[in-house]
Design a protein around this ligand. Structure first.
Ligand code: PDD
Length: 286
């Protein structure tokens, strides 16, 4: 058995896990979620993920009837079923079940789901050569929709972006807008390295505050690498030497190419951050 699921504290094999069709997560994408990984079989950066989950829930005005420690106990109980190896963990909280009406006042109590699966890290070959991205002109998140700080289950744009990446044979889609502004990957943060300095779009651009982003910016600052959170434009690629993306389950993945622009194999700054991040996660599990 490789997938285990906890629903409101009851752990079952993944194939047996079921939720109601009246759950608002299913009906309206009325849910928030986090994705994290284990290191030494323990959740990595749990405090950061739990804080972001609570922020997402607050911004959507969910009334949570449980606390972070209750959730952690359920994550641990689910992980305890795993025989060996590292896991990826998806924690989903929906507003609960209710009648067929979007009115949140009619919802019951939140549904808690924890899905634990074997962690699939990017292969050494991909990290060694760098991945390919394809741009997807859909703009930043949150424009007239859900606040981009919310990690919401209402995320069909990421599905379209993933379809675009798949069709192009790319690893990930990169959200840009019609003006050539660059935002983030479908499920990752985007970084450029320009003359030894890190450049990444600011939170105000309408991106998720990535937890790996935060860790990488801190690592760079500790290594005395200049960092800049500023608008990124496709035209900036011309004077960038390196690019990479980050996410909780993938860590840092070097980018070899975006559309027709070739950055080449991972450069020295990316290599240094890869090593620093590997050290950080080894020492962060308590
Ligand atoms: N995605 N931007 C978006 C839109 C994301 O969905 C994610 C994470 C990130 C990276 O954030 P973090 O470093 O906190 O994982 C950026 C997760 C992994 C997912 O949906 O699978």
């Amino acid at each position: 058995m490789s997938t285990w699921v906890s629903i409101d504290g009851v752990v079952a094999p993944g194939a047996e896990a079921r939720i109601s069709v009246f759950d608002r997560g299913f009906l309206y994408g009325d849910s928030v979620y986090e994705v994290l990984r284990t290191v030494e079989r323990r959740p990595l950066f749990w405090a950061d993920h739990v804080a972001r989950l609570w922020t997402s829930a607050a911004l959507l005005e969910f009334h949570l009837d449980f606390g972070p420690d209750d959730l952690l106990a359920e994550v641990r109980a689910t992980l305890a079923r795993v025989a060996e190896g590292e896991s990826s963990i998806r924690v989903v909280v929906t507003r609960g079940t209710g009648p067929l009406s979007p009115d949140p006042a009619l919802a019951g109590t939140p549904t808690r789901v924890v899905i634990v699966q074997p962690l699939k890290l990017p292969g050494a070959e991909l990290v060694g050569s760098g991945c390919t991205l394809v741009t997807f002109a859909i703009g930043g998140r949150g424009e007239g929709g859900v606040d981009p700080r919310v990690k919401s289950g209402s995320n069909v744009q990421a599905v379209l972006a993933a379809a675009r990446a798949h069709a192009a044979g790319a690893y990930e889609a990169l959200r840009v807008d019609v003006h050539g502004r660059v935002f983030e990957g479908a499920s990752s943060t985007f970084f450029l390295v320009c003359d030894g300095a890190l450049l990444t779009p600011p939170l105000g651009a309408g991106i998720l505050e990535g937890i790996t982003r935060r860790k990488v910016l801190r690592l760079a600052a500790e290594a005395l690498l200049p960092t800049r959170e500023a608008e990124v434009h496709l035209a900036d690629f011309a004077h960038a030497q390196e690019a990479f993306i980050t996410s909780s389950t993938r860590g840092i993945v070097p980018v070899r190419r975006v559309d027709d622009h070739v950055f080449g194999p991972p450069g020295p700054v990316t290599q240094r951050l890869l090593a620093g991040y590997a050290d950080l996660i080894r020492t962060s599990v308590v």
